[in-house]
Write a protein that binds this ligand. Sequence first.
Ligand code: ZN
Length: 206
Amino acid sequence: MWGRIDEGFYLVGENFEIRVSRNPISLDLNLIQTHGARVVIYKGQREDIGDGALTDRVGVVLGVKTADCFPIFLISKFAVGVLHAGWRGSIRGIALEGLMAMYENFGVKPEEITVIFGPGICGKCYEVGEEVAELFGKFAIPKGNGKYLLDLYGYNRRIFESYGVKLIVPPPACTYEDPFLFSHRRGDKGRLYNTVKMKGYASDIL
Ligand SMILES: [Zn+2]
């Protein structure tokens, strides 16, 4: 379902348009990301502090910036949004915060949400130390050299599934493996723009 374009990836549905780009994309809300789990609702503010944003306003573009962390898009008929999930935000509960904010603000239940993972660092590439690994249980596999491989996608995917999300689209690529994408671990200073635009209200999601 993900398509590749010159500057990154795109995925378009009836009422939304997702873009992942190496080039800056103009956003309605500038999110000051803190690796936390605060999800904000867009009400016309130009700037806010948080690691996720949701909207039900047609024409609004929301986004997060990443380089190895996962952008996670939440899509429904009546509201859309995007989360920024690195290991800290994941442990702090950004996935569940996103689901709760969709329900509390827009009445959208997890089973009515399609979760779409953008590109991030995969479980074969993401090496972490023991102090991080022990937070993730079975999603951190020992490498044998005192280091672990962390499957951040699998960890977050399980949370969405356990709260009732049925449709989950996996990441289109690993940022560490794909030299075209920005990777913090590989030493890149650039950031990917991961944006979602609400195009209207849909009869079907995809
Ligand atoms: Zn990888």
